[in-house]
Design a protein around this ligand. Structure first.
Ligand code: MLT
Length: 264
């Protein structure tokens, strides 16, 4: 389904028919299809939405060039307007978590609960920003294949890389299928994102923090400090998963998520 959102439109997968809504925000540089296993295992009473952010998957890039986590968050608010939905449980993985923090700052009355998966609250340091600028230039010159080659080993746990060729192929295909311009613009947008650590003590909705035990980018220590920052947050570590825990260990991830959603 394609929903108009101002200067663009968002393609969104919708599953389930409950009144409680789970909005699943993908990481970088993927699309809403990374949540297929979660959409297929929603608890009773829940509807799941997994949009492609602008420029990703089947969503057009739109006219605006000033991409930011705020713009992605505002697109999601327009998506909810278009679907006539008010408040949701917002689940973001990695960059999806950065978008969730922006959504919290800008539209907190629409957040019923938060799931922060394999993500961090802090902004980039100068070395991180410089690296993103370099990747943005390189991808425009050489194409998305170079990003896939560089990222896949860091994204997936060794066990996933050795034993789940289907997941490796899917992740590689999602990255290769993302337009170089989308990758470049989003890298610059992530480089410019603000520090969300000061927001953590003010998060007053139920919050679940999840990370793969072998996440090489935002691992258990990062998840622990994130959970420590949010009053009353619950922390769960998914054994054997890397940075893409919902794809790598979908059954374990769904158990943690489903139990928590049912208890809300
Ligand atoms: C992601 O998975 O969304 C990325 O690792 C986020 C980032 O590059 O910081």
């Amino acid at each position: 389904m394609l929903i108009e959102t101002g200067d663009t439109a968002l393609h969104v997968r919708v599953e389930g028919s409950g009144t409680a809504v789970l909005l699943l925000v993908h990481g970088f540089p993927f699309h809403g299809g990374m949540w297929d296993a979660q959409l297929g295992a929603l608890p009773d009473g829940w509807r799941g939405l997994a949009p492609d952010l602008r420029g990703f998957g089947e969503s057009p890039a739109g006219d605006r060039e000033d991409w930011s986590m705020d713009l992605f968050a505002d697109d999601l608010a327009l998506l909810l307007d278009g679907l006539d939905l008010d408040a949701v449980t917002l689940c973001g993985l990695s960059m999806g978590g950065y978008v969730a923090f922006a959504f919290w700052r800008r539209h907190r009355d629409r957040v019923r609960a938060l799931v922060l998966a394999d993500t961090r609250a802090g902004a980039d340091d100068e070395a991180g920003r410089a690296n993103r600028r370099a990747v943005a230039e390189e991808v425009l010159e050489k194409g998305s294949g170079v990003v896939a080659q560089a990222m896949v080993p860091k994204l997936l746990a060794p066990g996933t890389r050795a034993g789940r060729p289907d997941v490796v192929a899917r992740v590689r295909a999602m990255i290769r299928g993302t337009e170089p311009r989308t990758i470049a613009r989003t890298q610059l947008a992530m480089a410019a994102r603000p520090d969300s650590v000061p927001d953590l003590p003010g998060i007053d909705v139920p919050t679940l923090v999840v990370a793969g035990s072998e996440d090489a980018l935002t691992g258990p220590d990062t998840a622990r400090s994130l959970a420590d920052g949010v009053p009353g947050a619950r922390l769960d570590i998914i054994p054997g998963a890397g940075h893409l825990s919902p794809m790598e260990r979908p059954d374990a991830f769904n158990r943690v998520l489903g139990d928590w959603l049912r208890a809300l």
